[in-house]
Design a protein around this ligand. Sequence first.
Ligand code: SF4
Ligand code: SF4
Length: 385
Amino acid sequence: MAKVRNWQLGREMDYPYEENRPGRQVSMLFDLNKCIACQSCTMACKTTWTAGKGQETIFWNNVESKPYGFYPLAWDVKVLALLGEQAQPWSGNKYNGTTIFEDLGMNQRIKGYLPDEMDYAHPNLGEDECLKILDGEGDYIKGPTHKNWGFFFPRICNHCTFPGCLAACPRKAIYKRQEDGIVLIDASRCRGYRECVAACPYKKSFYNDTTRTGEKCISCYPKVEAGLMTQCVTQCIGKIRLFGFKSADYDKITSKQVRENNPIDFLVHVRKIALPIYPQFGTEPNNMYLPPVHVNPDFLAQVFGPGVENSIKQYRNAGKDKELLAALLLFGTTERICDTFKLEGNETVGYDPQGKEIIRVPLTEPVYIRQVKNLKTGAFLTNNS
Ligand code: SF4
Ligand code: SF4
């Protein structure tokens, strides 16, 4: 095992390979306050990439409802149990528990589990249970009661800095691209051992029993290579997503080198409002979430780590924080990847890597007051004519 630096844990950790960060890293941000579970993202991905035989229950993008919705069934609860830490052993920003790569048994390379076939059969089983107080009668899931909260949780592969899938593959069929950090499976090398499926703590590596190979999200790399965001981002009805590149080597660079005018770096590294999903798993996931402000803080802390309070405080104040608002209003506004952004008066402006303007969004929408009556005839107007 090598020692690698994981900034999300605030410490070094064990990993089977030496640290090898790409030059830049794809990253997707999700504003969980805005997701409406319309599943447009799921269908955009499915119709683009996974409509073939053997992919009937495979969703590279899924949206589950928390706390009781899962895909596959109980995935995060099972991984937390493997780590043996339902409690949160954080001291400040340092994680004191073990990751999936640490405290291993004899001949164990990674802590993981292989879901049963039926765990994928009903995506988001239990989705309705979070929307009211559990009282037992007629509920599918029997468990402790809780207050009335829930949220929708879109998930794709995190194109992790220390991927569990890559570390587990005995064929070395999985690789992380140096140019953008996208993690891919070379199907010609894969022999379908399913080690990646067991090792990915987010259960985002899948087994296709028709092709008998592993498969996973490819971050729409043909689009990304053309400077475009992925299908799930551009089809998102709620405009909850932003896709781009963030500095890959955050921990080793000084704060001066963080690109404050890059929207992803700004929200992740400067404001620290976008947080990783289950950082304690240890893979340094590169998708980041703005937590839902109405949800139980203990639950959020378990999912997104110690930065939740700071994130929610900033989000609640975003209406008065023009710089933050400028970055948040870029979500869902263009298919082109924004390299930089700038607040200009009452507008936020996004630029491509050549510095060309690609999007301009007002911070406050203009208001038009329509006439109630036609001034000549006195008739009430039901439209703007
Ligand atoms: S989320 Fe899973 S499949 Fe994706 S890179 Fe990380 S470990 Fe691999
Ligand atoms: S398309 Fe957007 S709003 Fe709809 S479920 Fe997906 S992430 Fe949520």
